[in-house]
Design a protein around this ligand. Structure first.
Ligand SMILES: *[C@@H]1O[C@H](CO)[C@@H](O)[C@H](O)[C@H]1NC(C)=O
Ligand SMILES: *[C@@H]1O[C@H](CO)[C@@H](O)[C@H](O)[C@H]1NC(C)=O
Length: 338
């Protein structure tokens, strides 16, 4: 079992305890409407795929933008991934000799690893500006996907897509023009207000965080509109969950357990988390870097500051890319591939 391997056997007791807590709260984290996540879906550690999948992406510059991709042996589908505002393709991949400027944000990298492990060829593209736009850029990305699929002889395979936030809006619009077999619109309501929904529109899964109540309402309306147009729709609601002392080191490559515990204690001391370990506010609005700098003046050089912030946003569950639902997402894709 993943959580127990490695040189930490002497800490099996502590780990067992953490595992129990993890199993309990993962059951609470995401309730897939109609089908609760089973406790056999553990919250994956950052190195869960170390023995089965390695990152060796190819980086290219095409039509004035960078694309980063990887094709596993015997791929059975193509996955296009669209980041949110301020994101870029490099966030999805760990830094490696083939991609020295890759970032490997914790959620993005686990999305890619899980997709690769299920034999999806993964294509990531950077937006031109800070966020995605819908005219020329959509035409261009459509061109890139079709060109890439053809070049790598993947044309016979189904194409699926996940877009988060601005990327979710982008994918919702691109799906009216490109023949996806199904899509995931994450933490976004989609741009259905401003487009006609074609009858061939692909099955659409909304993965969202209902703490964002405005968006929750818009998603509800859009789900209804899609259904009325005969589109297969579903949703997964992602709920907040408490931090544990090991949470950050479990999820972030290169952040060690001692430091994870230290951060957890700091967050508790400063009141960033409540007595039950829940984030009191979004990671973006928590002045944790300042608090840490007081104690560890060398913070600027730590590479994982964005990584920590992403995991805090995830635990708060208002607006963040999430890989916690990948098992359900992959099942959604696989059940619409016939
Ligand atoms: C992308 O670049 C190729 C090669 O330079 C070009 O032929 C094609 O028209 C471009 N596509 C778009 C949509 O700009
Ligand atoms: C769309 O893709 C499906 C397979 O994913 C294929 O059966 C269908 O013919 C395609 N439709 C068009 C218009 O290309």
């Amino acid at each position: 079992m993943m959580l127990f391997h490695g040189p930490r056997k002497c800490r099996a007791g502590v780990l067992l305890f953490s595992l129990l807590i993890l199993t309990t709260f993962i059951m609470l984290v995401c309730k897939n409407k109609g089908r609760p996540i089973s406790p056999s879906d553990p919250m994956l550690k950052w190195n869960s795929f170390q023995s089965s999948v390695q990152f060796h992406p190819t980086v290219e510059f095409v039509n004035e933008t960078d694309i980063i991709w990887q094709i596993p042996d015997a791929p059975k589908a193509v996955l296009f991934l669209a980041h949110g505002c301020n994101g870029r393709a490099a966030n999805f991949w760990d830094r490696s000799p083939g991609c020295p400027s890759c970032v490997g944000l914790p959620e993005e990298r686990l999305i890619v690893l899980q997709a690769l492990s299920r034999k999806l060829a993964v294509l990531t593209v950077s937006s031109e500006g800070r966020c995605w736009t819908f005219d020329d850029e959509q035409t261009k990305v459509k061109w890139i996907i079709q060109w890439w699929v053809k070049k790598h002889e993947l044309k016979e395979l189904p194409i699926v897509a996940i877009g988060a936030s601005s990327g979710g809006h982008f994918v919702s619009s691109l799906a009216a023009e490109l023949n996806f077999s199904s899509i995931v619109v994450m933490i976004a309501e989609g741009v259905y207000d401003s487009m006609g929904i074609p009858t061939s529109y692909p099955p659409t899964l909304f993965v969202h965080m209902p703490k964002d109540r405005m968006r929750k309402l818009q998603i509800k309306q859009n789900m209804r509109a899609l259904k009325e147009n005969g589109v297969d729709v579903a949703e997964i609601r992602c709920m907040e969950f408490p931090l544990t002392p090991n949470f950050l080191s479990d999820r972030i490559p290169g952040l060690d357990e001692t430091f994870s515990v230290k951060l957890f204690e700091l967050f508790r001391e400063k009141g960033f988390i409540n007595e039950n370990g829940y984030m009191r506010s979004d990671g973006r609005r928590t002045r944790w870097k300042d608090a840490l700098k007081e104690r560890e003046p060398a913070i600027e050089k730590y590479e994982w500051a964005d990584h920590v912030q992403e995991e805090m946003n995830l635990a708060f569950s208002y607006h963040e890319m999430t890989s916690l639902q990948m098992e359900d997402i992959l099942r959604w894709f696989e059940s619409h591939m016939s």
